[in-house]
Design a protein around this ligand. Structure first.
Ligand code: URA
Length: 267
């Protein structure tokens, strides 16, 4: 595949909007065109290309450069992405985890929930939020008329950090392309960040959870509305704060209602 095609140009613009570096040959016209043409909206992602090759049909003297792993990941479909997470060795956590924990739920979900990282139970079962914190999360969802089948749930990290320590910046950076691609494939109308780590990462902020809660934020190129709430594991330790989490959930429920008003009533 070459970046000289029309689709290649769309894709380049798309990846640039996501802040992903794309390698193109220095003499390739696309880079110049991309600088002057305005993006014209969403485009279909092309099927995965041969790994590691950005411009395999280059015919002149300059050799094709390798495509970065981030660009490859940004093109994967669901199944390839899931497989890639299972095979991932981008950070040292693959040495201590049992398996990658990809995500679960409805791939057309309006609401995407993002936690921190798998714990021991999640690592064993390969599914996010299935331990005690997960049971509380299920209850929180039920309280606003949702279930884990109607939303999509994943984590910033796909591998369990040993002893459930906080994720390290290099681990977060290594995992980032996976979450970014999940967000892009789902294109949710709302995001709920569960806990400080997910909130600070998604909002690129160092503010405390207390400061980030209680307001609508926006995430990414689509400016997707994002709300922050307490991590369910924290709520298990500090049940006195459950009422604040309930306030957050009510805001979320209202926004979901606004996004899909009841139908069937004639004007
Ligand atoms: N805590 C998280 O942040 N994610 C899980 O999947 C489980 C516990």
């Amino acid at each position: 595949m070459t970046m000289k095609t029309h689709d290649g140009l769309f894709q380049l613009q798309y990846l640039q909007r996501l802040g992903i570096d794309v390698w193109v040959r220095r003499d390739c016209g696309v880079a110049k065109q991309a600088a002057v043409e305005k993006p014209t909206g969403r485009t279909a992602i092309e099927p995965p290309v041969q790994p590691g090759v950005a411009a395999e049909d280059a015919t002149d003297t300059e050799p094709a450069r390798p495509m970065t792993a981030e660009v490859e990941i940004a093109r994967l479909d669901w199944e390839a992405l899931r497989e890639r997470v299972q095979q991932c060795e981008r950070c040292p956590l693959h040495r201590t985890r049992i398996q990658g924990v990809f995500g679960i739920g409805n791939r057309q979900a309006q609401l995407m929930l993002i936690g921190e990282a798998p714990g021991a139970e999640e690592d064993r079962r390969g599914e996010p939020f299935v331990g005690r914190a997960g049971q509380l999360l299920d209850e929180m969802l039920r309280a606003i008329g949702l279930s884990r089948e109607t939303v999509y749930i994943t984590n910033v990290l796909k591998s369990r950090p040993p002893n459930n320590r906080d994720p390290r910046p290099d681990e977060v950076a290594a995992c980032e392309p996976y979450l970014r691609r999940q967000l892009e494939l789902i294109s949710p109308s709302l995001i709920l960040a569960l806990g400080r780590i997910a909130a600070q990462y998604l909002l690129k902020s160092t503010q405390s959870l207390g400061r980030l809660r209680g307001a609508w934020h926006h995430y990414g190129p689509q400016a997707t509305p994002l709300r922050v709430t307490y991590h369910p594991a924290y709520l298990l330790r500090s049940p006195a704060d459950k009422h604040k989490a309930w306030q957050d959930l009510k805001h979320l429920r209202q926004r979901l209602r606004d996004a899909s008003p009841p139908t069937g009533v004639a004007p």
